[in-house]
Design a protein around this ligand. Structure first.
Ligand code: GLN
Length: 482
């Protein structure tokens, strides 16, 4: 296996400016690599060379004119296939949207386009982003570039694998319960979930609207900061997008971390945490201490309720969001049906996979009359308690450090027949989605089997700048340690 080239956003910029490569040649180089590696990894579901080369040609023309280059000029980017892209098929890794071609770009995509990015294609994921291993895709699993017998994590497994294998410089993923941070951790690349409302969800095909976030996976924390800066900010098309100023995340990266208070919660180091992961994360915390951060014990007492709370809220919202796939408005319709209800039933039965059906049933049950108060309403109340845990902790600390996932990447098939075991593995990531706070996973070591381990850094609402800064400072120590 040839080593993936380490193109970063700065590297692309410098090479384009020095005319060492054109944007078109660079796109071609990535497509050649995708052609070689994608048959094994299955990270991309759809390639979009027409759009990519048109974008690249625009950048090359700007370079020829001597124009100032926008921040992502010529940067090859992959987009998770739950995010709408005008003219490029968007399937949500589901049969039900197999032929769907969106007539518009998601806001995040449009902003990348304006910043000069080159869209290589759409990445594989769990169907409708429901999963933590990428095994729930209707188009086959993604393999982890570090070990093809292992999962890349999910649901943004294709985006994480593409970046890790050098099949994109950066990628957009989505995180509803960990789906950017956990695959970032499993594949060994930084993955950032912004604050809820920081990035517009317009054009993101909904899984659970109060939990869904778009964010970057990238080669470096700095690149994640650059992508976030590009896509963040209020958007009139999403009423939940926040009108909060977007800082220059890159400029903030090099501020010292000395004196920052980092919380460590015992609830994130309990039963079920793999010993090698524990050691790596504890070593990372020691490294941060060595950089002058103060380590402060904090308590997040409602953490044990996070998984049931998440799986009630997420499935309830999913059951409602997925009602729109009725065989009428989008994509495939069952053939040979006689009545309207038979068409609904058969179209949905043929179009949705097992995990999606399971969640629609769970969510419909949790929302049904008689059970709503006991399940959905109760879950919303516990969600408030979980949020208060964080608010309380953030009175004392600037950020909280935890493992991203209790284990490194597991084997394909290891958990796929046991949905509950799969759900329980989300223990460290779902809390931040429920509370709406930002989180980043940064590689912090590897197991004896050379599988990456992730350090998660959680921040205050709208304070991505601090977690990026801590992640960046930590990443620098890793580079000099090598
Ligand atoms: N693994 C979680 C789930 O299956 C998270 C998914 C996500 O963040 N999209 O729901």
């Amino acid at each position: 296996m040839s080593a993936a080239p380490n193109w970063t956003i700065d590297g692309v910029r410098a090479a384009l400016r020095a005319r060492k490569v054109s944007a078109r040649e660079l796109a071609g180089e990535f497509y050649a690599r995708i052609e070689r590696r994608n048959p094994e990894l299955n990270a991309y579901l759809t390639l979009s060379p027409d759009r990519a080369y048109a974008q690249a040609d625009r950048v090359d023309a700007a370079i020829a004119r001597g124009d100032e280059l926008p921040p992502l000029a010529g940067v090859p980017i992959a987009i998770k296939d739950v995010i709408s892209t005008q003219g490029i098929r968007t399937t949500c890794a589901s049969k039900i949207l197999e032929t769907y071609v969106p007539p518009y770009d998601a806001t995040a995509v449009e902003r990348l386009d304006r910043a000069g990015a080159v869209f290589l294609g759409k990445t594989n994921c769990d169907e409708f982003a429901m999963g933590g291993s990428n095994e729930n895709s209707a188009y086959g699993p993604v393999r982890n570039p570090n070990d093809p017998d292992r999962v890349p994590g999910g649901s943004s497994g294709g985006s994480a694998a593409a970046v890790a294998a050098g099949l994109a410089v950066a990628a957009l993923g989505t995180d509803t319960g960990g789906s950017i941070r956990q695959p970032g951790s499993f594949c060994g690349v930084p993955g950032l979930m912004p604050t809820y409302g920081r990035v517009s969800r317009y054009g993101l095909i909904a899984f659970a609207s109060s939990l869904d976030h778009i964010g970057p996976l990238a080669k470096t924390v700095k690149d994640a900061a650059t992508v976030l800066r590009t896509i963040a900010g209020r958007d009139a098309m999403d009423s939940t997008s926040a009108d909060v100023p977007v800082p220059d995340y890159v400029a903030e990266l090099d501020k010292p971390v000395r004196g920052l208070k980092l919380g460590v919660a015992k609830e994130y180091f309990g039963e079920g945490l793999d010993e090698e992961v524990r050691q790596a994360v504890e070593a990372a915390i020691d490294t941060l201490k060595g950089l002058g951060c103060e380590i402060v014990p904090v308590s997040l007492p409602h953490t044990p309720y996070a998984i049931p709370t998440y799986y009630l809220v997420a499935t309830a919202e999913a059951s409602s969001n997925l009602a729109r796939y009725d065989g009428v408005r989008y994509s495939n319709r069952a053939n040979g049906v006689k009545t309207l209800s038979e068409m609904y039933r058969r179209s949905r039965d043929e179009g949705f996979g097992a995990e999606v059906k399971r969640r629609i049933m769970l969510g419909t049950y949790a929302l049904s009359a008689g059970y709503y108060d006991a399940y959905y309403l109760k879950a919303q109340k516990v969600r408030t308690l979980l949020t208060r845990d964080f608010e309380e902790a953030f009175r004392k600390v600037d950020a909280i450090v935890t493992p991203t996932s209790p284990t490194a990447a597991f084997r394909l098939g290891e958990k796929s027949n046991d949905p509950l075991a799969m759900y329980l593995a989300d223990i460290y990531t779902v809390t931040a989605d429920l509370a709406g706070i930002p989180g980043i996973s940064v590689p912090c070591g590897e197991t004896k089997e050379k599988l990456p381990i992730g350090l998660q850094i959680l921040g205050k609402h709208f304070d991505e700048a601090t977690i990026l800064r801590v992640g960046h400072a930590f990443e620098q120590t890793q580079k000099s340690a090598r």
